[in-house]
Design a protein around this ligand. Structure first.
Ligand code: T3D
Length: 269
C-alpha cells in the first residue's frame, strides 16, 4: 500500500456516502491516523445536507480487525518491568468520540460488513443503525484473548442485542461468529451472499436515504432512551416525540402521499 493512499476512501453516489476503511494489509485495523480520517469524514458528512445515508465498509478482505496492536500509540512495551501506557486514555480520546458521533448521527448509518470484524471493529459495526454482512464475514469479540474487556460500547450493546447468555459467551470465549449465525442470534440484521452484498447495501442505503430523516434520527434516540425507562415512561416519551413529529412537514407529506397513492418526498422538516 502506498503511504499516500487515503486511510478512508470516500465515494458519494447521490445521497449515499460510502466510507471504506482503507488499511487492507492490516485488515483495516485502527491507527490514530485512521481514527482521525474517519472522524473527519463522518463530521463532514454530518454537516453535509446532500448526504442522507452513510455506508461504512472495509477495503480488501476484512471489515476492521479492531485496534492496530502494533500502533506505537498503544503497543505494550515488552521490556521486563516497563511502565505501560494507559490504553483507557486512548479509548476515551479516540473510540468514545467515534461511538458518540454514531449514536447521535443525523442520518442513518449502515454497516456493510464485507469480511472479518474483530475487537473494536466488531463493535464499531454494531454501533451502526443497521448491519448487513457478507456470508463469509464474521464477528469476533477478540478482547478476552489479549486480556481486555469488550470496548467501544461492547458491554452495553451485546447484552441488548443478543441477551446476556450470548453476550457473555461471545465476550468471554472470543470465538469467531460467522455472519449467518450472527443473523440467527440477532447480533446483525441480515447476512447475504458475498456476490450480492454490494447490490443489497446499495438498495438498502438508497431506501433509507429516501426516508424522513428526522423520524429516523428520533427513532434511534428513542430506542436508546427507552433502555433506561419503565414501560410507562417509554409510552410517555413516545407520546412526546410523536407530538413533535406530528407537527412536521414530513408527517403531512407521508399521510398525503399515502392517500394519493404516490411515493412521498420528504423535506426533513
Ligand atoms: O490497546 C488496546 O488494544 C486498546 C484498544 C482495544 C480495542 C481492540 O480492538 S482490542 C482487539 C484488537 N484486535 C484483535 O485482537 C484482532 C487481531 N487479529 C486477529 O485475531 C486476526 O487477524 C483475525 C481473526 C481478525 C483475522 O485472521 P486472519 O487469519 O484472517 O488474518 P491474519 O493473517 O491474522 O491478519 C492479516 C494481516 O493483518 C496480518 O499481517 P501480516 O502477517 O500479513 O503482515 C496481521 O498481523 C494483520 N492484523 C490483523 N489484525 C491486526 C493486524 N495488525 C495489527 N493489529 C491488528 N488488530
Amino acid at each position: 500500500m502506498d503511504p499516500t493512499d487515503p486511510l478512508v476512501l470516500r465515494h458519494q453516489n447521490g445521497p449515499v456516502l460510502t466510507l471504506a476503511l482503507n488499511r487492507p494489509h492490516a485488515l483495516n485495523s485502527f491507527t490514530g491516523a485512521m481514527h482521525e480520517a474517519l472522524l473527519h469524514e463522518l463530521t463532514a458528512a454530518a454537516r453535509d445536507a446532500t448526504v442522507r445515508c452513510v455506508v461504512l465498509t472495509g477495503s480488501g478482505r476484512g471489515f476492521c480487525a479492531g485496534q492496530d496492536l502494533s500502533d506505537p500509540e498503544i503497543a505494550p512495551d515488552m521490556a521486563p518491568g516497563a511502565t505501560q501506557k494507559n490504553i483507557g486514555e486512548l479509548i476515551e480520546r479516540r473510540y468514545k468520540p467515534l461511538a458518540m458521533l454514531l449514536a447521535d448521527f443525523p442520518v442513518p448509518v449502515l454497516a456493510s460488513v464485507n469480511g472479518v470484524a474483530a475487537g473494536a471493529g466488531a463493535n464499531v459495526a454494531l454501533s451502526c443503525d443497521i448491519v448487513i454482512a457478507a456470508r463469509s464475514a464474521s464477528f469476533i469479540q477478540a478482547f478476552s484473548k489479549i486480556g481486555l474487556i469488550p470496548d467501544v460500547g461492547g458491554t452495553w450493546l451485546l447484552p441488548r442485542l443478543v441477551g446476556r447468555a450470548n453476550a457473555m459467551a461471545l465476550a468471554m470465549l472470543g470465538d469467531k461468529l460467522p455472519a449467518e449465525q450472527a443473523e440467527r442470534i440477532g447480533l446483525i440484521w441480515r447476512c447475504v451472499d458475498d456476490a450480492t452484498l454490494a447490490a443489497e447495501t446499495k438498495a438498502l442505503a438508497e431506501r433509507l436515504a429516501a426516508m424522513p430523516l428526522r423520524a429516523l434520527a428520533e427513532t434511534r434516540r428513542a430506542m436508546a432512551r427507552s433502555d433506561r425507562m419503565s414501560f410507562a415512561d417509554a409510552l410517555s416519551m413516545e407520546a412526546e416525540v410523536q407530538g413533535r413529529l406530528g407537527m412536521s412537514a414530513d408527517y403531512i407529506e407521508g399521510v398525503s402521499a399515502f392517500f394519493a397513492k404516490r411515493a412521498p418526498t420528504f423535506s426533513d422538516r
